[in-house]
Design a protein around this ligand. Structure first.
Ligand SMILES: Cc1cc2nc3c(=O)[nH]c(=O)nc-3n(C[C@H](O)[C@H](O)[C@H](O)COP(=O)(O)OP(=O)(O)OC[C@H]3O[C@@H](n4cnc5c(N)ncnc54)[C@H](O)[C@@H]3O)c2cc1C
Length: 381
């Protein structure tokens, strides 16, 4: 037998690092097994709502993130492809934060809250199984770890989820997402302005992340059999020709080699996220959301905090699941529905959608979004 630990976390992404910090704050030491051999700049940018920022603050990671590369977002704009304003959402209230940042900066801010020895890089876990005394995890290099309890946080395409919940893979939703970072902030976009624009079967989002860089994302409908074919930046320039400024300016400065492409998928959260208080799913491993609400990372943070709050109880994992299940189901459904509507191609439907967004008072749209994004992380179990 190889190494052992009381609690092992698989995956050192947002959920895995956050739960390691939250447990440590309660005196529980863990080991995080992360497949990557080093922290690299992957995943481009992130929008973090007030709910995600509230958890980061409790974890002690918000100040580090705000001091580094991130921009406060007081207002989220929705526009049509010509740039006409459809709605302006002022999501954060007094004392709340909403941030635009890079995934790598968020990960670094979380890592800085942990002792170096907690996170073990270069540990790709390929399988898990129940063993006497807990759970055995097998690594790609043949090593084994025995843990009494395992927290599975290895993302949407989790390998370990398949060991315990076989046959649950994310479902392609009919559109592809592209993401990138450019070393440039368009004029007029310096002050934390964030905008998503809707066209016919396409969208484009722009969010400066600080440090002179801008995160952008786009989506377009692509039939299932072609969703893995690579689309280059030249094709995107063609597809988004005629969109409002600064879409072309951003695409013109984007290096093709750094373009990230993902078929957009989600997975209905399983009925049960834990087995016998030995293994539990959190973050994208439990509930991959489509990215339409920009809530995946915030949900991962909320999960981490809630699981740590429950940890001392004999039925901690079951309580965690009970507390989180309905919130995730609602957000999952809203996110999927929003994605369907944003990706409409029919010009009449798109026109109706845009008119409806334009006539809805901003205060009403803001209140609707706040209902979903409001979250007060508890302090004690
Ligand atoms: C196009 C797109 C845009 C998005 N935009 C946003 C946004 O604006 N805002 C937002 O909040 N969310 C966004 N998301 C979602 C967000 O990326 C995820 O919800 C979030 O990263 C989930 O965190 P996680 O820790 O659960 O998983 P991940 O961040 O995926 O982390 C998983 C970790 O596990 C590691 N790992 C994987 N397999 C193994 C293994 N076998 N062994 C060991 N380690 C392993 C990985 O290397 C990684 O470090 C977007 C997603 C997409 C696809």
């Amino acid at each position: 037998m190889g190494d052992s630990a009381e609690t092992v976390i698989v995956g050192g992404g947002i959920a895995g690092l956050a739960v390691a910090i939250a447990l440590r704050q309660r005196g529980v030491e863990t080991v995080v097994l992360e497949q990557a051999s080093e922290l690299r700049e992957i995943g481009a940018g992130f929008l973090l709502g007030p709910n995600g920022c509230a958890v980061l603050e409790r974890l002690g990671a918000l100040a580090g993130l705000r001091a580094g590369h991130s921009v406060s977002v007081p207002r989220w704009e929705l526009r049509d492809m010509k740039g006409r304003l459809l709605s302006a959402l002022t999501i954060p209230r007094d004392g709340e934060h909403s941030l635009s940042t890079r995934r790598s900066d968020l990960q670094a801010a979380l890592l800085a809250c942990l002792p170096r020895e907690t996170v073990l890089p270069g540990c790709e876990v390929i399988r898990g199984s129940f063993a006497s005394g807990g759970v055995t995890l097998t690594l790609a290099d043949g090593r084994e770890w025995l843990a009494r309890r395992v927290i599975i946080a290895d993302g949407a395409h989790s390998k370990i989820r398949a060991s315990f919940w076989p046959g649950r893979e994310p479902h392609y939703l009919g559109y592809i997402g592209w993401r990138g970072l450019v070393d440039h902030v368009p004029a007029g976009w310096e002050g934390g302005r964030v905008c998503e624009s809707w066209g016919h079967g396409r969208r484009f989002g722009i969010a400066p992340v600080g440090g002179g860089r801008t995160y952008w994302y786009a989506s377009a409908n692509v039939a299932g059999p072609n969703c893995r074919d690579r689309v280059g930046i030249d094709q995107l320039r063609e597809d988004f020709a005629g969109w409002h400024a600064p879409v072309a300016e951003i695409l013109d400065t984007m290096p093709d080699a750094e373009l990230l492409q993902h078929p957009i998928s989600d997975l209905i959260p399983p009925r049960s996220w834990q087995i016998e208080e030995k293994v539990v799913l959190i973050g994208d491993a439990a509930h991959p959301l489509s990215p339409n609400l920009g809530q995946g990372a915030s949900m991962a943070l909320e999960d981490a905090w809630e699981l740590a709050l429950q940890w001392g109880r004999p039925d901690a994992m079951a309580q965690f699941e009970r507390k989180r299940r309905w919130r995730l189901r609602k957000l999952w459904a809203l996110s999927r529905w929003l994605g369907t509507m944003i990706q409409w191609e029919n010009p009449l439907l798109c026109r109706g959608r845009d008119v409806q967004m334009r006539v809805m008072p901003d205060a009403v749209a803001t209140a609707m979004m706040r209902r979903f994004l409001r979250h007060e992380p508890g302090y004690t179990a």
